[in-house]
Ligand binder design. Structure first.
Ligand code: UDP
Length: 402
């Protein structure tokens, strides 16, 4: 397990010392996080590295998972999509099943902590089922700039009970939400299996194990099979790139336990890329394996992230940390990480040809990619590492537990 001391290889001693100082007033405080999956997706990825470090700093921090059945996760997935702009048929039965799953979980989840941190919409109604004795924080990882109004209004009924909301981008601030909204950028853990240094031998071992040949340059998108990640759009981009450069596309997307749509989207991708899959130019991977993700990111000539919406985009951060050039949609949190020409290129998500042109440019000119990659790593070191998140949460807790 990683301790703060291990991060001294990556950030300065001042950063570590500052964390210990900020934690001092919080000794003896007990904090609990609740989200709805322990693996798959960005939230689980962040919490798994972050919670142990907070404990190392001296704060008692726990993590629980809301138990939902498939109906519940179908509904919350629809909520997730509608918060990002889809229409939704918000029936009474959907609302009831959503709230009841939270009520049921509350009956056997005893909360005696000094602060409760709830992630995303799934466990949002929990607050209603407790006698509130402590601050509750709603940590929203979703892009809230185009929500379905009916759903937003329904969810707001729960959010108003919270002491503070945390969002990932100032663009997501809701003017009609009269509670404090604080911005905390997500981060990656540079020492986790997904981001730690790998030697060439391990990289080739993992690529071989998952049948990814390296005879041609790789273009890779690491993302759940989710329509907002636009895997079909990636296939269309690849078809254009392949006319100019002989390369392969890897789409690596594990199926998150709280994401029932994945299988359907995966099937659509298989249909669209049929011949290309058969001849081995498109490789689809659905296994959850952090070292594989690490190896793929390190061995790709270019990383693509063609999201239509993106709360933040940890996959972009991960690729930048590995000094890979990223060609990504100019949406959501991605533009906080890449400036066009620094770390990669930003393209309008509807501009398939624009994506292809940038990728071709980078494939033909590896030195350009190398320079961009170096800039990308420094951007991440200065802004998006887990030590910064520890520090931000300590500030938050010091403020609300005064
Ligand atoms: N991820 C993974 N395996 C996959 C697909 C995604 O481990 O097959 C990880 C990815 O490396 C990143 C996280 O899941 O750490 C996705 O976070 P992001 O913010 O990019 O998107 P989200 O899934 O939260 O919308």
């Amino acid at each position: 397990m990683r301790l703060l001391n291990d991060y001294r290889r990556i950030v300065s001693d001042e950063v570590i010392s500052d964390i210990y100082k900020k934690a001092r007033k919080l000794y003896g405080k007990r904090i609990i996080h609740i989200n709805s999956t322990y693996m798959g997706g960005g939230v689980a990825e962040i919490l798994s590295g972050f919670v142990p470090l907070m404990n190392d700093a001296g704060v008692d921090m726990g993590w629980r998972i809301l138990h939902g059945n498939p109906d519940f996760f179908n509904i919350t997935k629809k909520f997730h999509n509608a918060l990002q702009g889809d229409a939704i048929n918000l029936t009474e039965i959907k609302k009831r099943l959503y709230v009841e799953a939270n009520e049921y979980f509350s009956t056997y989840t005893h909360i005696t902590h000094d602060c409760v941190i709830i992630h995303d919409p799934q466990p949002l109604p929990l607050i209603q089922f407790y006698k509130k004795r402590q601050p509750w924080v709603w940590r929203c990882h979703v892009d809230l700039s185009h929500p379905d109004n009916g759903l937003w209004n329904f969810l707001k009924g729960f959010i108003l009970r919270y002491d503070i909301a945390i969002i990932s981008n100032k663009k997501y601030k809701k003017i009609d939400l009269p509670i404090e909204q604080r911005i905390i950028f997500p981060v990656i853990n540079p020492l986790s299996p997904k981001n730690m240094d790998l030697n060439e031998k391990d990289i080739s071992k993992y690529l071989k194990k998952f049948k990814v040949p390296t005879d041609k340059p790789l273009l890779t998108q690491i993302s759940r099979f989710d329509k907002w990640k636009d895997p079909i759009g990636v296939i269309e981009v690849f078809k254009l790139v392949r006319k100019e450069v002989d390369c392969r596309l890897v789409l690596c997307g594990s199926m998150a336990a709280d994401d029932p749509e994945g299988i359907r989207i995966h099937e659509r991708v298989v249909q669209r890329a049929n011949n290309l899959i058969e001849n081995g130019d498109v490789i689809l991977i659905t296994s959850e394996n952090s070292i594989l993700v690490n190896a793929l990111q390190r061995s790709s000539a270019v990383i693509i992230q063609k999201s239509l919406r993106e709360g933040f985009g940890l996959t972009v951060t991960e690729a930048l940390w590995k000094e890979r050039p990223v060609v990504a949609s100019n949406v959501g949190g991605i533009s906080l990480q890449i400036k066009d020409g620094q770390g990669g290129f930003l393209v309008d998500p509807a501009d398939t040809k624009g994506f292809a042109d940038r990728i071709i440019e980078l494939m033909r000119n590896p030195d350009l990619g190398k320079d961009m990659g170096k800039q990308g790593r420094e951007t991440v070191r200065n802004n998006f590492l887990i030590t910064r998140l520890v520090s931000d949460y300590l500030d938050l807790l010091n403020d609300i537990l005064k």
